[in-house]
Design a protein around this ligand. Sequence first.
Ligand code: MN
Length: 202
Amino acid sequence: MTFELMKLPYEYNALEPYIDAKTMEIHHSKHHAGYVAKLNVAIEKHPELKKRPAEELLSDIDNIPEDIRTIVINNAGGVVNHNFFWNILSPKKQKPSEKITKAIDKHFGSFDEFKKKFGETATARFGSGWAWLVFHKGKFEIISTPNQDSPLMDEKVPILGLDVWEHAYYLKYQNKRQEYVDAFWNVVNWEQVEKLYKGIVK
Ligand code: MN
């Protein structure tokens, strides 16, 4: 095994009541673990890829051998997106820092406007996918990707992301994706957002 399942930085029940323990358990120990396992099987065919971080496989996706490219998009994407997601969530109620608030206000007009646009993008994603706040060419963008496609494939660096696959919310929220999206703001790890932001905007 080359790629490993990341350990969650909190317990499965830590994000209750916003994200329930059963969803977290299945999401991490079945879905996320499944992406890890499938990625490991795929790269057995091209062992030279084992030396490279999964993020790098995605940002260099055009040079990944064609016979496994789609499997890498889906499963390295699945691994990297979920590693990112677990770290962007926190059981500790947090507020965005002044620095990140100012930057978001400046770009989106107001913090509420940002949240509204992000939420709309998340609810509008048809089928499975993700909503993201990314940095691209020096600017914020709110985007959505289908399936496990990673923003890294388009040279976009994520700062914040929300998994809107039904597996992320269906047990608790059923068809009410909007309620899950609204609940998300209660468990955002703004310290992590800040860290990512500082890593890009020097
Ligand atoms: Mn997921």
